[in-house]
Design a protein around this ligand. Structure first.
Ligand code: NA7
Length: 557
């Protein structure tokens, strides 16, 4: 099989047509499917991507060890049975290269590349109220008008690259995991620092440790982790999951998290022994089941949260043994509960710290002060000398990617400024003041936290296509949430989110990883199935939270 980077390589950049019905920003999971749907509907549609090829998250995150935490056979498009069945996965949780190849397969099978401009960044978009059109500029000097602008820009695609003072002074290589170079980094025999122990850092650390001369990991907040079981898949397994296509299609979109499994136990109904048996069983599964299919009460009830958290801490302590490592790497009682941060799956991650060439440095009470030419300097003056720094320090989630584009809506409203004041959307797919700007993976929808991304992104792009179809059928061409519609959604979102322990925890889930970002649980926590129901109901009732009009005419609800 061809390598993903060779496969269907785009040698010449497609220019972006000057006049479009719809412009899609991004060619990851959402962008590819959105482009396909709108083209099937007969729209003149085109997509742009900063990247030189398709893949989105799976294009950019090519750091060592990058892989799925969702089972491959559910991280899938389910709109076309043949498309699903003609692709075969090699293991339960495949790595980035295989996933990237799969995204190339999707783009090729749907013949999408002829309508994509790669290496093209959208820099500015301004809504022209008189004509009801977006005027969009690219970094290639093009100006485009489009009726609909659809940001399929990703929930976790705006990397926090400038995290520390002095980064430019470092004399070795310094990279953010979300911008890991295509050609890789030569790490063999090098002294390497990894900063960050989120889902990304964990995958990097466990993967590169055997290769490097010395690995220094800077740990601020330790994570609850679950061991992954990742069996290879052969013809039997492929026949098994392909044979379940109808079943998966019927269940996945309606579960709480868009996975095939759901919460199936009630804490209060079981004895302590029975609860323990459930926890042991889901822990042994080697998947995210302990998080997403054990006891939903862990998200609401402090006592249940603490009991389940202690169960996981106990498992972690047993593997680490060393009290110093336990102190640095195992969350402490009262810090935060299991599952209120994104739970990473790992393979021998904890055992990695038992290696002679790996050092865990706690920066909780002695933070990183700056990067100096030799390496990483802590507040107490200690300098850790390294040759390479891998920054696994995360992203400006949800709002970050679109806020980095200069988007001006009605009455001169700037999206970035609005979101700097307060992060609000309607159903996570539109924003008051920004007519005909649709978005996926944006705040206040279930995307990314507690959701299998393909499930959520298929649903969102299909809903957006439905809006456009509705406008076409009713002779309207401008759509915008009403102020009341947006208030209602934000209120409902907050009510649900603030009842959870997630809202009390610091992480990218609440935007607290970005200084100055308004605090709000970014993802809708009412459940993927419930969210879908609310979106469907909105459409069925004729979009009551939105105003629709003819371009140039006054809006009517
Ligand atoms: P995360 O989950 O935001 O993790 C970032 C990590 O970087 C986390 O451990 C942070 O510690 C750490 N960090 C950030 N800034 C600093 C500073 N200044 N000093 C020390 N440590 C720091 O990002 P990931 O890329 O791992 O994962 C993002 C999502 O991608 C993930 O949830 C999956 O859905 C896929 P902190 O917790 O802030 O103390």
């Amino acid at each position: 099989m061809l390598d993903a980077t060779q496969n269907s390589a785009q040698t010449r950049r497609n220019p972006v047509p000057a006049e479009l019905d719809a412009l899609v920003i991004g060619t990851g999971v959402a962008g590819l499917y959105q482009l396909h749907q709108l083209r099937e509907m007969g729209l003149k549609v085109h997509a742009c991507d900063t990247a030189s090829n398709v893949g989105g998250t799976w294009y950019w995150n090519r750091y060592p060890g990058a892989k799925f935490d969702s089972e491959a056979y559910i991280y899938q498009y389910l709109f076309d049975e043949k498309l699903y069945k003609d692709w075969t996965w090699s293991e339960r949780f495949p790595g980035q290269r295989e996933i990237e190849r799969w995204m190339h397969y999707i783009a090729d099978r749907l013949d999408l590349r002829r309508d994509i401009s790669f290496s093209t960044t959208i820099t500015r978009a301004t809504f022209d109220e008189a004509r009801g059109l977006w005027t969009v500029e690219t970094d290639q000097g093009e100006t485009i008008t489009a009726r609909y602008l659809i940001g399929c820009t990703g929930m976790l695609s705006a990397p926090l690259e400038d995290r520390f003072p002095g980064q430019a002074s470092f004399k070795g290589q310094i990279v953010h995991t979300g911008r890991y170079p295509k050609e890789g980094l030569a790490l063999e025999g090098k002294r390497v620092a990894v900063i960050g122990t989120g889902a990304t850092g964990i995958q990097v650390i466990q993967t590169i440790a055997p290769e490097v001369e010395k690995l220094t990991v800077f740990v601020r907040t330790p994570q609850y982790v679950l061991p992954m079981k990742n069996p290879k898949y052969g013809p039997d397994e492929a026949a098994w999951y392909k044979g379940r296509f109808d079943e998966l299609k019927a269940t996945i979109p309606h579960t709480f998290t868009g996975f095939e499994y759901d919460f199936s136990n009630t804490w209060a109904d079981l004895t302590p022994e029975e609860r323990r048996a459930v926890l042991e069983e889901v822990h042994t599964d080697g998947s995210l089941k302990l998080w997403l299919a054990s006891f939903a009460e862990m998200f609401f009830d402090e006592e249940v949260s603490e009991e389940i958290s202690e169960f996981v801490r106990e498992k972690m302590r047993a593997r680490l043994k060393d009290p110093r490592l336990i102190d640095i790497l195992v969350p402490k009682k009262g810090d935060y509960g299991f599952g209120t941060h994104r739970v990473p799956l790992e393979t021998q991650y904890l055992e990695t710290y038992l290696r002679d060439n790996v050092e865990a440095v706690s920066v909780r009470d002695n933070p990183i002060a700056e990067i100096v030419p030799e390496g990483v300097r802590l507040e107490d003056g200690t300098v850790h000398e390294v040759d390479t720094i891998i920054m696994a320090v995360g992203f400006d989630a949800g709002s970050g990617a679109l806020a980095r584009i200069d988007i001006t809506g009605r009455d001169g409203m700037k999206l970035a400024e609005e979101w700097r004041k307060d992060i609000r959307t309607t159903l996570g797919m539109m924003k008051f003041g920004f007519p005909n700007l649709f978005m996926t993976g944006a705040p206040l929808a279930p995307s990314a936290a507690l959701c299998n991304m393909t499930t959520c992104l298929q649903q969102q792009t299909e809903w957006i296509s439905g809006c456009i179809r509705h406008m076409q059928e009713t002779g309207k061409d401008v759509m915008e949430p009403t102020a009341e519609g947006e208030d209602d959604w934000v209120r409902h979102h907050d009510e649900v989110a603030n009842a959870t322990l997630i809202s009390k925890t610091n992480s990218w889930y609440t935007g607290s990883n970005v200084p100055g970002k308004p605090r709000r649980v970014l993802s809708y926590t009412g459940g993927v199935g419930t969210y879908r129901g609310k979106c469907d109901e909105m459409a069925k009732e004729g979009y009551p939270a939105f105003a629709m009009s003819k371009a140039g005419a006054p809006q009517e609800a």
